[in-house]
Design a binder for this molecule. Sequence first.
Ligand SMILES: [Zn+2]
Length: 116
Amino acid sequence: MPYNFGMHEPHRIELEGGTTLVITWDDGRVDRLSSASLRSACPCATCRNAAPPTALSIVPDSTINDMSMVGAYAINLVFSPDGHATGIFPFPLLRMLGEDSSHKHPSGRNEEQGSG
Ligand SMILES: [Zn+2]
């Protein structure tokens, strides 16, 4: 009998060129998470304690080198080029990142409004 926690599980997780993690969920939703956004959301203590959130260094050139399952609830990502491998990404976090990024504008830049 399947549990019913209202929690979604990935059916399929694929690495696309090392720069995009493509997650197909059990409800058919497909999320494409960039390696840079995953790196900036890395929940490990090293990344969380490295700097205040406003100064959190996002590594634009960061790519995903490897990926492995952690138990049945999370994946472990290995980032290039620094080999950072302590980030454990639980499925709910991945789901949240996917839903969050679909609400945002594709372009992350803030445009200043000028008059005249
Ligand atoms: Zn980390």
